[in-house]
Design a protein around this ligand. Structure first.
Ligand code: GLN
Length: 456
């Protein structure tokens, strides 16, 4: 697979044209919803004339289609925003462009990033890069697949409960979900404001580190951003690593478990200490997540009413009908499910029983992480309980679909950095990923560990 450095000092126009050709040749995966070709070529020519320079001069990339980026609509893979032309660009995109990177297109996702397979896209699913009968994972499935197919050396995604890590693991690439607040979310369609993060996919940890280094930092347009703390670094010897016992139970696919244990053996051989640790509260993580996140979703999606934002239905007689029909036509079933659950758990009669209770248990989960980080530098487990599942396999059963998030949601609820690294393949050739979780602001240390293990 190509690296970012393979694109530097090459003709930028050629880089862009070749990337678009590769994407067209792999069109059957349905990883991209649109190209930003005209704008990409203009920028490429400016790079070739020496007018745009930087650490990513002439490097093509792809953004998930919930990022505002010029050159194509920002649809969030929904009918609601099907024709929405962003009036501005996401800060993350602006920062990459300032270093000379060139966005060539926008990647498919589950509509409004609700999902774990990209099957909730209003425009049809993305196929797994290793097996076209399997899902790409999600919600950032398109971004993972364009990276895995080597169409571009990196792609952007958003991760609210696993949407970068899970598709990264399903497609054999590195996926980075940073500490909450590391990268500005300005100009990215909001899902759940207390766990939304911006991160990337790359073919190795060093490239991911470069992209995070460029994107990280305080942004006055996003009050939740942290002052820049991200400093690329090298691994410290003799780390203390905790293998989370609850992530390697018998419910986990045996090949996933074995690949995880093999990675543990490699960590030990590299001089790190790995102990089994326990996180009893993690069994509640999905229950917390699927209360807190729908609550925030229902609030964030309220603005799409056909008047202030989004698709407007035709042929309606009353205001209520206009709201109702616009939202009915604009949202997919999973969006509606979350709006209903969220409205329910926030309603005055049930707020204390569900939302408040979930937030309390969320605090207990955060405390449990903090306790473990008193003794351990890194926590580890598989990224997902199984390799990529079949297209259509979980679509009829939302709970089964939500179970695919069981390993990734704890770090999201606690705002911790977590990365998925490819560690092997199943007997039928599907990638398997391991997740490394660190303390807040330890993002660069996690990537340093991942870099060292790629070499080891
Ligand atoms: N699969 C998870 C969900 O459906 C995560 C989504 C995300 O991170 N955007 O909520």
């Amino acid at each position: 697979m190509t690296k970012i450095s393979d694109y530097i000092s090459k003709n930028a126009r050629q880089n862009v044209l070749e990337a678009i050709k590769r994407a067209n040749d792999k069109n059957e995966y349905h990883a991209l919803l649109s190209f930003t070709e005209a704008r990409a070529l203009e920028r490429a020519d400016a790079v070739d004339r020496g007018e745009i320079t930087g650490r990513l001069a002439g490097v093509p990339f792809v953004v998930k289609d919930n990022f505002f980026a010029f050159g194509a609509p920002t649809t969030a893979a929904s009918r609601m925003l099907e024709h929405f032309q962003a009036p501005l660009q996401a800060t993350a995109v602006e920062k990459l462009e300032a270093e000379g990177a060139i966005c060539i297109g926008k990647a498919n996702l589950d509509a409004f990033a609700h999902g774990g397979s990209t099957e909730n896209s209003a425009f049809g699913p993305t196929l797994n890069a290793f097996d076209k009968t399997k899902v790409a994972g999600g919600s950032s499935g398109g971004s993972a697949v364009v990276t895995a197919l080597d169409i571009v050396p990196f792609a952007l995604g958003s991760d609210t409960g696993g949407s970068i890590r899970q598709p990264a693991s399903f497609n054999g690439v590195v996926g980075v979900k940073p500490t909450y607040g590391t990268v500005s979310r300005y100009g990215v369609v909001a899902m759940a404001s207390s766990t939304d993060t911006i991160g990337c996919f790359a073919t190795d940890a060093a490239d991911a580190e470069l992209i995070m280094d460029i994107m990280a930092g305080k942004d006055n347009k996003d009050m939740t951003t942290l002052p820049d703390f991200f400093k690329p670094t090298n691994v410290k010897p003799g780390l203390k690593i905790g293998l989370i016992k609850e992530t390697t139970t018998d419910d986990v696919d045996p090949e996933v478990k074995q690949a995880t244990l093999d990675y543990v053996a490699r960590l030990k051989a590299a001089g790190h200490q790995v102990d089994e640790v326990t996180m009893p509260i993690s069994k509640y993580a999905l229950a917390i997540y699927y209360i807190v996140v729908p609550a925030e979703v229902s609030s964030n999606l309220a603005r799409y009413d056909g008047i202030r934002y989004g698709h407007r239905a035709e042929g309606v007689a009353t205001l209520a009908e206009l709201y109702g029909k616009s939202r009915d036509e604009g949202f997919v079933a999973e969006n509606k499910r979350r709006i209903m659950i969220g409205s329910y758990v926030l309603s005055s009669g049930f707020f204390d029983a569900y939302y408040l209770q979930a937030q309390k248990v969320r605090t207990l989960l955060i405390n449990e992480f903090n306790k473990l980080f008193e003794d351990y530098d890194v926590l580890l487990g598989p990224t997902t309980p199984t390799p990529a599942f079949g297209l259509g396999e979980n679509t009829a059963d939302p709970i089964k679909m939500y179970l695919a998030d069981i390993m990734t949601v704890p770090a999201s609820l606690a705002g911790l950095p977590a990365i998925s690294v490819p560690v092997g393949k199943s007997s039928n050739g599907l990638p398997i990923g391991v997740q490394l979780v660190g303390q807040r602001r330890s993002d660069a240390d996690l990537l340093a560990l991942a870099k060292s293990m790629e070499k080891a």
